[in-house]
Write a protein that binds this ligand. Structure first.
Ligand SMILES: Cc1ncc(COP(=O)(O)O)c(C=O)c1O
Length: 400
């Protein structure tokens, strides 16, 4: 039974109750249907279900599962999307959204500031199958206008880029893309499902790594593709169910529980991020403190319009002393962990140039602002004063 009673609920109510299906036992916490398959009452019923699978009917967990369906409905309700397909990871979502949509001969325009694996899909995989990709500076609308063509099938960008936190104007790029009939695919991880309203602003397809804020406690991998029912069921589902990138029911359950608390967590993390960025601005060891919520961020006006003024949960610090200072800073931190996830309850510090973006050639790193001194800092749920004290002592301790 699907217990979602009211689609007019506000977001925090949707995050707790959206998509709930209760079994005959009436459990309060959502059940984990840890099963790969489903039993049919008869051979006739099996045949009928393979011809057409109705709502609340399941065949095989690669195609769908009740716990996974609850997660899909809850996140779709939050995003204001008609439908969603849950995936095994964020990269399965990016790959599934693009590969299911594109064919040989299509043209794609993409922002060039991308997470390393997103860039790999656009630069190395799609091109192998005859898709042409043009990269632009995503913050420059003139470049988008110049790059789109009548054969442009899709545009792709991270609405807030990893790790330099450029913010891209979803509504303006969507208008340019829609003028040539292109589908707008947005990787919305850094903007978060809480602050962003990308579908209302013109995105056709939104993808998330659920590994980040949706889990928010560093436990599982997951992802999700959101869009119209036609796109999700007609284009994405056949691709995903036959290629195998579906979400496990256990991970879906973990992510459902993550959605219950995401709004509280992400709002607290963004408040702390602003406090840290404000406190560290102008520190003598820093060439730049990058945080979209700061008034001096190049796209702060857009952050006000597009994200309700919320700058997200990540900030990046560019240390004057380069790699040596960045490593000394990381090694001097006592509360944040050195790792490479983000959106976690634990603060996480990352050196993109030698880890997440290591694969990029040096000239591309320079073009994207991924300097040897850049440290990405994902703000956790610790006390803001403790974090500011720890970051400050680590900056004071490092050279440069
Ligand atoms: C912007 C962005 N997209 C996609 C991904 C991939 O997510 P996952 O690790 O869940 O595959 C990441 C991971 O860091 C990311 O930062």
């Amino acid at each position: 039974m699907n217990d979602t009673k009211d689609s007019n609920w506000n977001n925090r109510t949707k995050l707790v109750h959206g998509g709930t299906r209760r079994s005959q036992w009436g459990e309060v916490s959502e059940a984990i249907f840890l099963t790969q398959g489903f039993v049919y009452d008869s051979a006739e019923q099996a045949e009928a279900r393979f011809i057409e699978t109705g709502p609340d009917e399941f065949i095989y967990a690669r195609y769908g599962n009740p716990t996974v369906a609850m997660f899909e409905e809850r996140i779709a309700a939050l995003e204001g999307a008609e439908d969603a397909f849950a995936t095994a990871s964020g990269m399965a979502a990016v790959n599934g959204a693009l590969t299911s949509l594109l064919k040989a001969g299509d043209h794609v325009v993409s922002a060039r500031a991308l997470f390393g694996s997103c860039l790999y899909i656009l630069e190395n995989i799609l091109t192998r199958f005859g898709v042409e990709v043009t990269f632009v500076d995503g913050t420059d609308l003139e470049q988008w206008r110049a790059a789109v063509r009548p054969d442009t099938k899709a545009v792709f960008f991270e609405s807030m880029s990893n790790p330099t936190l450029e913010v891209i104007d979803v509504a303006a790029v969507a208008e340019i893309a829609h003028a040539v009939g292109a589908t707008v695919v947005v990787d919305n991880v850094f903007s978060t499902p809480v602050f962003s309203d990308a579908i209302a602003q013109g995105a056709d397809v939104v993808v998330y790594s659920a590994t980040k804020h949706i889990d928010g406690q560093g436990r599982v991998l997951g992802g999700v593709i959101l869009g119209t029912r036609d796109f999700i069921r007609g284009t994405v589902e056949p691709y995903m169910k036959h290629t195998g990138g579906s979400l496990s029911p256990f991970n879906a359950w973990t992510l459902l529980k993550g959605l219950e608390t995401i709004s509280l967590r992400v709002n607290a993390q963004a408040e702390t991020a602003l406090q840290i960025a404000t406190a560290l601005q102008g520190h003598p060891k820093l060439a730049r403190t990058i945080y979209p919520g700061l008034a001096d961020h190049a796209q702060n006006a857009l952050v006000q319009r597009q994200l309700g003024g919320k700058g997200g949960t990540v900030l990046s610090l560019d240390l004057k002393g380069g790699k040596e200072a960045a490593f000394a800073f990381l090694n001097a931190l006592t509360i944040p962990v050195i790792s490479n996830n983000l959106g976690d309850a634990k603060s996480i510090a990352t050196h993109p140039a030698t880890t997440t973006h290591q694969r990029l050639p040096d000239d591309q790193k320079v073009a994207l602002g991924i300097t040897p001194g850049l440290v990405r800092f994902s703000v956790g749920l610790e006390d803001p004063e403790d974090l500011i004290a720890d970051l400050t002592q680590a900056l004071d301790a490092c050279g440069g």
